[in-house]
Ligand binder design. Structure first.
Ligand code: ADP
Length: 633
């Protein structure tokens, strides 16, 4: 029989599992039971819509068998089973290709984190087993197949005798490892041959599984009319089968909520928080919603798929119902169960289903309120959330022409010049001194660079707080908002900031007139680069700065031009080169206008390049710039 190789990524993942130092290896059981339950879900759902199968819910179940002599633990289900092709496809390759590559690029070397980023369920068996055998007969087939692997070397697939539909997974456990002399290390795999240990693991991690999980347990009882004890075997149901979301909140421990999340939502880390809602208004539904503690590796890519599981009365009808979540809350994981929905509802019908839309609206409100509550009562947690998903909220403001801005504007946070902390717009407004009419912001690559911008000084001197925009989407988002509580958003990089007093303005105007010829020469020199060159009252220590006029800022133009598919005509901001009339350079420029307009032209270009650099923009010809400087030196 041919030994087949795992697909390269699966092999690496498998290798990681085998050498895992993860301390909760026991979760392999939860993963396998969860797979078994999913497989039963699929067949059970078919049986509900196909009477000819003649099966009812009580016919389905999972069984666990311990064989101490053979050192095997077997998990069997009578679910949908796998064909030969499915064994090959599901157990030989990982669906999300590229994901390991991503991890490598981001040099996350922590096992737990890596493992947590995929649905690696099945492979976790290799954390405890030296050999894994999977026997399966798919529904509708007559021939069973066996898949076998001892780890990274590969796997084999062959025919086998199996006459009942379903899957059997046999784990041959690893040998125990003695701890070293100082008590370090050591692994006890034999614990998974202990029926009580298995019982408690099922209770702990898989209690809510909605099909019975049974195991033969050896028990002891006193013989009748004798003091002696005898062993007997009892087939015990290990789980309570009540779906977690149907239990009362006060009966569910945090641990149970978290374990359920990790099982259902393919995450290794605990969620940031959960929302368990029972709605009994116009439409009845239960929802169990989670906010992950970190963004999935592909969250901000096209590959990410949003959605919630959809159940009707405990039966899974759709694994990922997208229509239940708006894009800006796409990070939410979990499920909705509503008895009001029809079982036979199809994907197309769902989109137009009024009840589903009602549920979606109600869920949106729940999420929004939870986030608001968190922002108010647990700011630290909210900021952690915001670090992962704030970007998505900002995209949400911008999306659909600002249609959702009212839902989202109070959930936004920005860094600010006030202690460099995060602030909400409401908090900013509450701190505004008398006389401040606008909400000021500055755009830059990061906080440090923004604080170096020449335009910052004047605004800070006035005692005004500045929001620091470091994400590309920030400025687009506030353009969409236009104002917050009647206060307009104002970029400090805008040429019309208008913070000078009347006196200052008059003095500047005079100087401007006096400098008319010089400014004109410079403007000519910078034809096509800037719309105008003018004097500015806001610069203190810097000789020049660049600002923009009109709706499109420099940074917005830059972002637009960098977007894929925008290679054609470039977006262009209307630029203004501002000169500081109090700076020595100004005097020099005025002199040049009198006696050496050629050098003035050269200097204009040089100052323009300088201003670009300060603004964090690329200069067109760095070599020419460098040559110019050398010449001057
Ligand atoms: P996930 O469950 O996240 O998809 P797994 O690696 O645990 O990832 O499983 C891979 C696939 O193998 C499953 O999606 C399923 O199609 C199939 N599979 C695993 N276990 C079973 C089972 N007991 N019965 C039927 N199919 C199974």
């Amino acid at each position: 029989m041919e030994q087949k190789q795992f697909q390269a990524e699966s092999k690496r993942l498998l290798d990681m599992m085998i050498h895992s130092i993860y301390t909760h290896k026991e979760i392999f059981l939860r993963e396998l039971i969860s797979n078994a339950s999913d497989a039963i879900d699929k067949l059970y759902f078919q049986s509900l819509t196909d009477d000819s199968m003649g099966m009812t819910k009580s016919d389905f179940g999972i069984s666990i068998t311990i064989d101490k002599n053979a050192r095997t633990l077997t998990i069997a289900d009578n679910g949908i089973g796998m064909t030969r092709e499915e064994l090959e496809k599901h157990l030989g390759t990982i669906a999300e290709s590229g994901s390991l590559q991503f991890k490598k690029d981001n040099s996350l070397s922590d096992d737990n984190q890596i493992i947590g980023q995929f649905g690696v369920g099945f492979y976790s068996a290799f954390m405890v087993a030296k050999k894994v055998t999977v026997k399966s007969l798919a529904f509708g087939e007559t021939q069973g197949y066996v898949w076998e692997s001892e780890g990274v070397d590969g796997y084999t697939i062959d025919t086998c005798d199996k006459n009942s539909v379903g899957t059997e997974i046999i784990l041959e456990l690893l040998d125990d490892v003695e701890p070293s002399e100082d008590g370090d290390g050591g692994e006890n795999y034999s614990e998974y041959l202990d029926q009580y240990r298995i019982q408690s693991l099922v209770k702990c991690y898989s209690d809510y599984i909605r099909f019975p999980i049974r195991m033969d347990m050896t028990k002891s009882r006193k013989k009748e009319d004798s003091d002696e004890y005898e062993d007997y075997i009892e087939n015990v149901m290990l789980n309570s089968m009540v779906p977690l979301w149907h239990k009362n909140k006060n009966e569910i421990s945090e641990e149970e909520y978290n374990s359920f999340y990790k099982d259902k939502c393919d995450d290794y880390s605990d969620p940031l928080c959960h929302m368990h809602v029972r709605n009994e208004g116009m439409i009845t539904y239960d929802a169990l919603l989670y906010i992950p503690s970190h963004a999935p590796y592909n969250y901000y890519s096209k590959d990410y798929e949003k959605g919630l599981q959809l159940y009707t009365d405990g039966v899974l009808i759709m694994d990922r119902c997208e229509d239940l979540l708006p894009d800006y809350f796409s990070f939410i994981k979990g499920l909705v169960d509503s008895e009001d929905l029809s079982l036979n509802i199809s994907r197309e019908m769902l989109q137009h289903d009024a009840q589903l839309r009602q549920i979606a609206r109600s869920i949106e409100k729940t999420i929004k309120n939870e986030l608001k509550r968190m922002m108010k009562n647990d700011r630290e947690k909210y900021e952690k959330f915001y670090q992962s998903f704030g970007l998505q909220l900002k995209y949400g403001v911008y999306q659909d022409y600002g249609m959702h801005k009212d839902v989202l504007q109070d959930l936004l946070l920005f860094s600010s010049s006030k202690d460099r902390k995060m602030t909400s717009l409401q908090e900013y407004i509450d701190r505004m001194p008398k006389g401040q009419e606008s909400i000021y912001y500055a755009v830059g690559e990061n906080i440090q660079r923004i604080e170096l911008l020449p335009q910052i000084e004047q605004v800070k001197d006035k005692g005004y707080e500045i929001l620091y925009f470091t994400d590309n989407v920030d400025e687009f988002a506030v353009k969409m908002l236009q104002d917050y509580q009647g206060k307009k958003f104002q970029s400090v990089l805008d040429s019309k900031l208008d913070l000078e007093t009347e006196e200052e303005k008059k003095a500047l105007e005079k100087k401007q007139e006096k400098s008319h010829d010089m400014l004109e020469t410079m403007q000519k020199a910078l034809e096509g680069k800037v719309g105008s060159v003018k004097l500015s009252g806001r610069l203190k220590s810097h000789p020049v700065c660049l600002s923009s006029e009109g709706d499109l800022s420099m940074d917005m133009a830059k972002t637009l031009n960098e977007m894929p598919g925008n290679e054609g005509e470039k977006a262009k901001a209307q630029m203004v080169l501002e000169l500081n009339p109090e700076h020595e350079i100004y005097t020099k420029l005025m002199q040049l206008q009198e006696n050496d307009s050629e050098t003035l032209t050269e200097y204009a270009k040089l100052l323009y390049d300088q201003a670009l650099l300060i603004a964090g923009m690329p200069i067109a010809d760095p070599v020419a710039f460098s040559n110019q400087i050398c010449k001057l030196m």
